[in-house]
Design a protein around this ligand. Structure first.
Ligand code: S3P
Length: 172
C-alpha cells in the first residue's frame, strides 16, 4: 500500500473522529484529530479561541495545524468540518493522501448535532428550525469542497471494514 495518509472529511457530527479511532485500531496506523492538534498547539479550546479571536483567525491557525502534521506517514487525520473549505486546504490534502468524504443525510446530521452538550461554536446555541436552516445552508456551501474528495463514502451504511477495504484498494 503506497498511501501514506488518509484525510477524513465531512460535516460536524459525521463521525470522522470515531471512524478515525477505529481505523487506527484496525490498520495499526497513527491517528490525529485536527481539533485536538489545534487545542494542544494553542493551549485553549476551539470554543474559547472562536470567542477570543473569531473565525477568520481560527481558519488561519487551523491551516497551520494541518501543515504541522501533513508530512507524517501512516497517519489517519480527522479534519475539522470546515478544514477543506478554506484556502487551498482541499488541494493540499488531495496532493498528500487519500481524502474520504463521510457523506450523511441532513436528518442524520441534525439528530447528532442536536443531542447532548455541544461544544462546537458554530452550532452551540442553535436548535430547531434555526439549526436545520444553518446546517442546510452550510452543507450546500461546503459540499462543493467535500465533493472534491477522492472517495465519497455513504457513511449511513458503511462500516469500518468497508473503509479499510477502500483504503487498501486505493493503494493498489
Ligand atoms: C468546525 C468543525 C469543528 C471544529 C470547529 C469548526 C466547522 O470540527 O473544527 O468547531 O467549521 O465545521 P468537527 O467537524 O470535528 O466538529
Amino acid at each position: 500500500m503506497d498511501i501514506k495518509r488518509v484525510f477524513l472529511v465531512g460535516f460536524m457530527g459525521s463521525g470522522k473522529s470515531t471512524l478515525g479511532r477505529r481505523l487506527k485500531h484496525e490498520m495499526g496506523w497513527n491517528f490525529l484529530d485536527l481539533d485536538d492538534v489545534f487545542e494542544d498547539k494553542f493551549q485553549t479550546s476551539i470554543k474559547q479561541y472562536f470567542a477570543d479571536y473569531g473565525e477568520e483567525s481560527f481558519r488561519q491557525a487551523e491551516k497551520e495545524c494541518l501543515e504541522d502534521v501533513i508530512h507524517q506517514e501512516n497517519l489517519i487525520i480527522a479534519t475539522g468540518g470546515g478544514t477543506p473549505c478554506f484556502f487551498d486546504n482541499m488541494d493540499v490534502m488531495n496532493e498528500n493522501g487519500l481524502t474520504i468524504y463521510l457523506k450523511l443525510s441532513i436528518e442524520t446530521l441534525i439528530s447528532r448535532l442536536n443531542s447532548g452538550k455541544n461544544v462546537r461554536p458554530l452550532v452551540a446555541n442553535k436548535s430547531g428550525d434555526e439549526l436545520y436552516q444553518f446546517i442546510k445552508e452550510k452543507l450546500e456551501e461546503r459540499e462543493f469542497f467535500y465533493n472534491q474528495s477522492k472517495v465519497i463514502a455513504d457513511a449511513e451504511v458503511l462500516g469500518v471494514e468497508a473503509f479499510v477495504n477502500i483504503i487498501k484498494a486505493s493503494g493498489d
